[in-house]
Design a protein around this ligand. Structure first.
Ligand code: GLU
Length: 473
């Protein structure tokens, strides 16, 4: 593994849990932006040491989510589990240096000591008699764990780029385990070794790892490795102020794409601004984000996830998005009969109303309905006898129209409305019901034009009073 420490190297190190958590996606984004801003490298590490949870689909879900957001790593990802031997080798190096020791305390002994501390209302600390035992006295065949010799005096300060200066008394740090009794490395060890070997200069991650950083520094110092710059980013909270979890709705990035029908640029922009700000700027492009991002703009207090804001932002990005691209995204949501070129043609109108791709698909559905049209409740209620009578007149008028453009249709129907002494709205309502089976749609002239002359007339005729008399027409 190349360790090029000349420039900035960041990393995103998710544990595969079945999906890419939206909070993880924000961590990835900040790492990606920081590296891009400084012309550095952004790496991925899959922390797959929990063998039960780290399935192939769980790992795929992470790559999938990152790919969707355009946050793939700059190099092939590192898989943590595959590096277990290297982690163990570092533990053995620490043993040889005398910076770690074999601890033969049994689980029962530890439990006893813990219980005693509790009974005496003392904080329990590992105080192993093996810490200073002469290696010559180490039993040859009894099980042991390898523990680090954590410093007991003094204090450790982290100059965190988000949390500020944080100091912990070394007496609070335990002699934590590096290798379990079966020889497997612990998470604490693996992270430090991997970050070092990957040449990581900046560790940007959730502030739930701040406590770990103090332990990780113990290993770094013992190995004489450089301590990276830390930036512990506050958690994302739900609207109620509790840590964002499934209880608040979707937390997997895949659900934002599939169930909620959001565009990646909207999620990107929302996550960017969740905990990071640049004045009052609302929409920030990828390029601008790279230019503007720095850790000094990341706030210290947790941000609340505001789904309404995200949806509004998505509506904005939908209106900005390319019509053919939207047609490609919406067509599969409509079904096999959705014609992408017709969808693209309708898109400038359709996208004015939609906040997500599902709404866009719903709005477009009228284009692909087959006769007889199914009517929703409101649309049926609009089609009174009076309305059907009016539709008959409109139909007659339109049958004699050959120029089927929005402009010509508008001119013709406007003059018809005037002749009838009716407002245009009076005409549009029953027409919309007859043409779309619903009461919301793009402008009525657009609907007529998009459906085309034959289909539009057939739909109108199916709802006129004479059609009612003979439903087979
Ligand atoms: N795998 C850890 C997590 O998913 C992150 C570890 C780290 O960033 O140091 O929370």
């Amino acid at each position: 593994m190349a360790s090029d420490s000349a420039g900035v190297v960041t990393r995103f190190a998710p544990s595969p849990t079945g999906f890419l958590h939206i909070g993880g996606a924000r961590t990835a984004l900040f790492n990606w932006l920081y590296a891009r801003h400084h012309g550095g490298k952004y790496l991925l590490r899959i922390e797959d040491t929990d063998r039960a949870r780290s399935t192939e689909p769980a790992i795929e879900a992470i790559f999938d989510g990152l790919g969707w957001l355009g946050l793939e790593g700059d190099e092939a990802p590192t898989f943590q589990f595959a590096r277990s031997d290297r982690h163990a080798a570092v533990a053995h190096e620490l043993l040889e240096k005398g910076a770690a020791y074999r601890c033969y305390l049994t689980a029962e002994e530890l439990a006893d000591r813990r219980a005693r501390a509790q009974a005496e209302r003392r904080t329990f600390r590992i105080d192993s008699e093996w810490r200073d035992a002469d290696p010559a006295t180490w039993p040859a065949d009894a099980p042991y764990v390898v523990r680090i010799k954590a410093p007991r005096e003094g204090e450790t300060t982290i100059d965190d780029q988000v949390q500020g200066s944080v100091t912990v008394a070394n007496s609070e740090l335990d002699d934590f385990v590096l290798l379990r009794s079966d020889g497997t490395p612990t998470y604490m060890l693996a992270v430090v070794v991997d970050d070092h070997d990957m040449g990581v200069t900046h560790v940007i991650r959730g502030d739930d790892h701040l406590n770990n950083a103090f332990r990780q520094i113990v290993i770094l110092r013992a190995m004489d490795w450089p301590v990276p710059v830390y930036a512990h980013v506050p958690m994302i909270l739900g609207a109620d102020g509790a840590k964002l979890s499934k209880r608040h709705g979707a937390v997997g990035v895949d659900a934002y794409r599939d169930e909620m029908g959001l565009l990646p640029e909207a999620v990107f922009n929302y996550l960017l601004r969740l905990g990071w700000g640049h004045g009052d700027r609302e929409e920030i492009s990828r390029e601008e984000a790279i230019e503007l991002f720095d850790l000094s703009g990341v706030g210290r207090s947790p941000s609340r996830f505001d789904i309404k804001k995200l949806l509004n932002l998505n509506g904005h990005y939908i209106r900005e998005a390319d019509d053919a691209r939207l047609a490609g995204l919406v067509a599969p949501l409509i079904g096999s009969n959705a014609d992408k070129s017709l969808l693209a043609e309708a898109m400038p109108q359709l996208k004015l109303r939609a906040k997500d791709l599902h709404e866009l698909a719903e709005g477009a559905a009228f284009l692909f309905k087959v006769r007889p049209l199914s009517m929703d409740e409101k649309a049926s209620a609009l089609l009174t006898d009076e309305a059907r009578g009016l539709l008959e007149k409109i139909s007659a008028r339109l049958h004699s129209q050959s120029d089927w453009t929005v402009e010509a249709l508008e001119a013709n129907l406007k003059s018809f409305a005037e002749e009838q002494g009716l407002g245009l709205g009076k005409l549009a309502q029953p027409m919309r019901a007859a043409l779309t089976g619903t009461t919301t749609s793009p402008g009525i002239f657009d609907v007529l034009a998009l459906l085309g002359r034959d289909e539009a007339l057939a739909r109108l005729d199916a709802q006129t009073s004479s059609a009612d008399a003979d439903p087979t027409i």
